[in-house]
Design a protein around this ligand. Structure first.
Ligand code: CUA
Length: 162
């Protein structure tokens, strides 16, 4: 019995384990994509005309249920419209984002909210707001969009009443 053949057998076992893991990951990915309808954040969900988007989308905050908000923001060189929003006891916020000129990047600093914003498309991203936080979040543009890019920021005020 040679030492070499024992190693060969172990290699086969581990190769089978790795192949099984890859199969499981691919199956999970396929399940997420086709069964639950998972989309990459910022997937284009709606087409809009950048020229009329301010009238069509009515930027601002809507409370759709207690603690659940829908926030529509429009990017424009070099600000978010509206530039400051206040949310009372938010649990979940659905952002709808678009641009009327060039590509911007919407990011809420210190969170996992980060999505590219294209003219002509509405990007959606949902934010589960940390329940222990009260105060101010900074929202910035993280995609270079021109000479005033660094001035393109705004604020999200989180107010807790309970
Ligand atoms: Cu908008 Cu950078």
């Amino acid at each position: 019995m040679s030492h070499g053949s024992a190693i060969h057998k172990e290699e086969k076992v581990w190769a089978a384990v790795v192949a099984a893991m890859v199969a499981v990951f691919l199956a999970a990915l396929a399940y997420a994509a086709w069964v639950t309808g998972l989309q990459v954040p910022g997937s284009d969900v709606e087409l809009v005309n950048p020229k009329t988007v301010l009238q069509e989308l009515k930027p601002g905050v809507r409370e759709v249920a207690p603690g659940r908000y829908e926030v529509t923001l429009v990017g424009r060189m070099f600000s978010w419209i509206p530039a400051e929003i206040t949310l009372k006891d938010p649990v979940e916020v659905k952002f709808r984002l678009t641009s009327i000129d060039v590509i911007h990047g919407f990011q809420i600093v210190g969170t996992n909210v980060n999505v590219m914003v294209f003219p002509g498309y509405v990007a959606e991203i949902t934010w589960r707001v940390p329940q222990n936080y009260e105060g101010r979040y900074l929202m910035v543009c993280n995609e270079y969009c021109g000479i005033g890019h660094q001035n393109m920021y705004g604020a999200i005020n989180i107010v807790r009443t309970k």
